[in-house]
Design a protein around this ligand. Structure first.
Ligand code: CA
Length: 234
């Protein structure tokens, strides 16, 4: 199997060394950038399988790097490395297009698990593995899993990959309530996940903004208080 390539964008040399060492030990190839401009350039030219992105970087910060990557249409999973707990809120509040974040100091085990989960997630999305009949007709909504898009009343919705996966998972199990923890495990692929599950709330909120006629009064993705989320069964 072809070796997967991870791009590390981080200006702290010792962290880059630790990441490179552990990634290579796990069989990944690595590319390194110590500033945002170089990071962005490598992301676009080298087409890595995953990007580990620090936020506070010289030349161009991680927010801009991530946004530019997405603006250019690149879907590479981006795992943001934040320096402080407080930055989490900032990230969660921003529509950056990042797939996940991890706070420094991080455990290498957790970081490697997330790298694996995000790369595996992309691998599972390879079109050859998707059965051609994978089309969910839900009345006003149609999810074409094979082609990877959703229409509502005949109009295509602009969803991120993660939003599409979340919607597809919930809609495929309409009426069944899933806890945040379960969604982290099944949609985000984090096995035995015990950490912060707020990323699920953020993803649901963004999805509702795109999906619902009135996001404050959702009719497709509903909340069961104290339990989780589910797709409305008609
Ligand atoms: Ca930094």
């Amino acid at each position: 199997m072809e070796r997967k390539k991870v791009l590390i964008v981080e200006d702290e040399k010792n962290i880059v060394d630790i990441l490179r060492f552990n990634l290579q030990k796990e069989g990944y190839d690595t590319l390194e950038a110590f500033d945002g401009v170089t990071g962005l350039q490598l992301a676009l030219e080298e087409n890595p399988d995953l990007i580990l992105l620090d936020l506070m970087l010289p030349a161009m910060n991680g927010f801009e790097v991530c946004k530019t990557i997405r603006d250019k249409g690149q879907n590479t999973p981006v795992l943001i490395i934040t320096a402080r707990e407080a930055e989490k809120d900032k990230i969660l509040g921003l529509d950056l297009g990042a797939d996940d974040y991890i706070t420094k100091p991080f455990s290498i085990r957790e970081l490697m698990a997330r790298v694996k989960a995000n790369i595996r997630r992309v691998d599972m999305l390879q079109p050859t593995e998707t059965p051609p009949e994978a089309r969910l007709d839900l009345g006003r909504l149609v999810i074409d899993k094979g082609a990877g898009f959703v229409t509502k009343d005949g109009e295509t919705l602009e969803l991120t990959q993660r939003e599409l996966e979340l919607l597809t998972y919930l809609a495929s199990n309409a009426g069944k309530v899933f806890s945040r923890q379960e969604l982290m495990e099944r949609v985000w692929n984090y096995e035995g996940y015990v950490g912060d599950v707020r990323g699920v709330d953020v993803a649901v909120r963004r999805l509702r903004e795109k999906l619902e006629d009135n996001p404050a009064q959702p009719v497709f993705i509903l909340t069961r208080r104290g339990a989780g989320y589910y797709f409305q069964k008609d």
